[in-house]
Ligand binder design. Structure first.
Ligand code: MF3
Ligand code: CO
Ligand code: CO
Length: 255
C-alpha cells in the first residue's frame, strides 16, 4: 500500500470511529418513549465533542445531524420531537462524521423493546447480508459479486432488496463513485481495487422492494408500508481483503 492510501485509510478510520462511537452512545438510550430528536441530539453532541462535524447537517438542505428511519421508513428519516419510539418499533440510525476532511458513514438498525419475530428476522438478515458481502471484498472482486451475494442471502429469506438507493464511494467527498448496488449478477460491474473506500449499506424490505419519497423531499418509505431495515459500514479494499473503518470499539454484539 502506498503512502497516499495509508493516509486515506488512517483518516477514514478516525472519522469512522467517531461515527461508530455516536451509534454506541445512541444504543444506550434507545427505549420506548424517547423521541428521534433525542437520538439526533446525542449524535450531534458526540460528534462535536470529538472535534468533528456531521456531514448530513445542512447537506442539500437536510436539517439534522443523523437520519432516523423507523419501521416502514427505508432511509433518510428526519429526526423530530414529535416522533416518539414505541415498544416493538425498529429504527435505523445513520451517522456520518467528518474529521480532518475525511468521512466515515455507518448505520445500525436498533430494536425498541420487544419486537416481532418477523422484525427480528428482517434485522438479522440485513446485518448478515452486509457482513457476508464485506467478507468477500478484496482487490479484483466485481461490484456485481457484492450485490449478488446480498440479493441471494436476502431473497432466500423471502425479503427484497431496495433498488432506489445504493452504497457509494466515500473519502474527502460524502458521496462519490462508484455506486455500490446491493443486487446484481456475479462477474458484472467494475472490479474493485486496493485503496478504494466505499460503503456497503443494504436496505432490505420485508415485502416488496419498491419505495417512494414523502412530500418532505427526504423520507423514503416502502410503497407497501411493510418494514425495512438497514446496516452500513465504510470499508477499504486491500490486496487480500478489507478493513472496516466504522467498527464499534465497545460493542461486540450488534444484533
Ligand atoms: N448517510 C446516508 C448514506 O448512507 C446519507 C444521508 S444524506 C442525508 O449515504 F442528507 F439524508 F443525511
Ligand atoms: Co452511505
Ligand atoms: Co449513511
Amino acid at each position: 500500500m502506498n503512502d497516499e492510501i495509508k493516509e486515506s485509510f488512517e483518516k477514514t478510520k478516525i472519522a469512522g470511529s467517531i461515527a461508530a462511537g455516536a451509534l454506541d452512545e445512541v444504543s444506550k438510550i434507545i427505549k420506548p418513549g424517547i423521541s428521534t430528536n433525542k437520538i439526533d441530539k446525542i449524535c450531534y453532541e458526540f460528534i462535536n465533542d470529538n472535534q468533528a462535524y456531521s456531514a448530513p447537517l445542512y447537506y442539500r438542505g437536510f436539517p439534522k445531524s443523523c437520519c432516523t428511519s423507523t419501521n416502514h421508513i427505508v432511509c433518510h428519516g428526519i429526526p423530530s420531537e414529535k416522533k416518539i419510539l414505541r415498544d416493538g418499533d425498529i429504527v435505523n440510525v445513520d451517522v456520518t462524521a467528518v474529521k480532518d476532511g475525511w468521512h466515515g458513514d455507518t448505520s445500525r438498525t436498533f430494536k425498541v423493546g420487544e419486537v416481532s419475530i418477523r422484525a427480528q428476522k428482517l434485522v438479522d438478515t440485513t446485518y448478515e447480508a452486509m457482513m457476508k458481502a464485506i467478507k468477500i471484498v478484496k482487490d479484483g472482486v466485481h461490484l456485481g459479486d457484492i450485490g449478488n451475494l446480498i440479493q441471494n442471502h436476502v431473497e432466500a429469506q423471502g425479503f427484497s432488496v431496495v433498488q432506489d438507493f445504493c452504497g457509494h464511494g466515500i473519502g474527502q467527498a460524502f458521496h462519490k463513485e462508484p455506486n455500490v448496488l446491493h443486487y446484481g449478477e456475479k462477474g458484472t460491474g467494475e472490479k474493485i481495487k486496493t485503496g478504494m473506500i466505499f460503503t456497503i449499506e443494504p436496505m432490505i424490505n420485508a415485502g416488496n422492494y419498491e419505495t417512494r419519497v414523502l412530500n418532505d423531499g427526504w423520507t423514503a418509505v416502502t410503497k407497501d408500508k411493510n418494514l425495512s431495515a438497514q446496516f452500513e459500514h465504510t470499508i477499504g479494499v486491500t490486496k487480500d481483503g478489507y478493513e472496516i473503518f466504522t467498527k464499534s470499539k465497545n460493542i461486540e454484539k450488534i444484533l
